[in-house]
Design a protein around this ligand. Structure first.
Ligand code: TMP
Length: 206
């Protein structure tokens, strides 16, 4: 099978993922790669509809387990409709968040624990990232970066929740050192971009 390369970006809200994703995308296109950029929750019509449902601040009564299933449902659609076919065509897929977000936010943040991994086994269907770039930024700094904009239902959660999410990410980084590349996200945009591109060059050469 002519398999491409699957990169995901992870990090707390306000960690600067979007900026780094667009820099990396441009850089890979310049190097001649065929790049597909997508996001979670979202990336397909159905998954974007699920995104609206999950993030709507009006849905305050949503149960944590319902939230976990909805993220997994959006993911199941995205994996089958877009990610797997693109990888089979040899493309580089960059996804803004993936299953690690569910483990960090629903598993650690909401306290659902191992149930989240179990639900997602079927959603992910063995399509795990080749590389995950984790932008590490203290959650208080992250929330002050997004302070001026309207908050979705997840961003509205307490500081304690966001602290647990951050700690969850650190545990994942420790557990999967070969896949997850932790990057200090407190530097300048250029410093962070340089580190990502340098590390990625090493990995893609291999
Ligand atoms: P975004 O703001 O990065 O687009 O992500 C939307 C929100 O959804 C963000 O607060 C993180 C959260 N999220 C989860 O809680 N679990 C998940 O599985 C994913 C993909 C995102």
């Amino acid at each position: 099978m002519n398999r491409g390369f699957f990169i995901t970006f992870e990090g707390g809200d306000g960690s600067g993922k979007s900026t780094q994703i667009s820099i990396l995308r441009e850089c890979l296109i310049e190097k001649g790669y065929d790049v597909i950029l997508t996001r979670e929750p979202g990336g397909t019509d159905i998954s974007e509809k699920i995104r609206e449902l999950i993030l709507d601040p009006e849905n305050g009564e949503m149960e944590d387990i319902t939230e976990a299933y909805l993220y997994a449902a959006a993911r199941a659609q995205l994996v089958r409709q877009l990610i797997k076919p693109a990888l089979e065509e040899g493309k580089v897929v960059i996804c803004d968040r993936f299953v690690d977000s569910s483990i960090a936010y629903q598993g650690f943040g909401r306290g659902l624990g191992d149930a989240v991994g179990i639900i997602n086994t079927y959603a992910v269907d063995d399509c795990m990232p080749d590389l995950t770039i984790l932008l590490k930024l203290d959650p208080e700094r992250g929330s002050s970066r997004i302070a001026g904009r309207e908050h979705d239902r997840i961003e509205q959660a307490s500081d304690e929740f966001h602290r647990k999410v951050y700690e969850g990410y650190l545990k994942l980084e420790e557990k999967y050192p070969d896949r997850i590349l932790g990057v200090d996200a407190s530097g300048t945009i250029q410093e962070i971009a340089d580190e990502i591109s340098h590390r990625l060059d090493e990995i893609m050469e291999r």
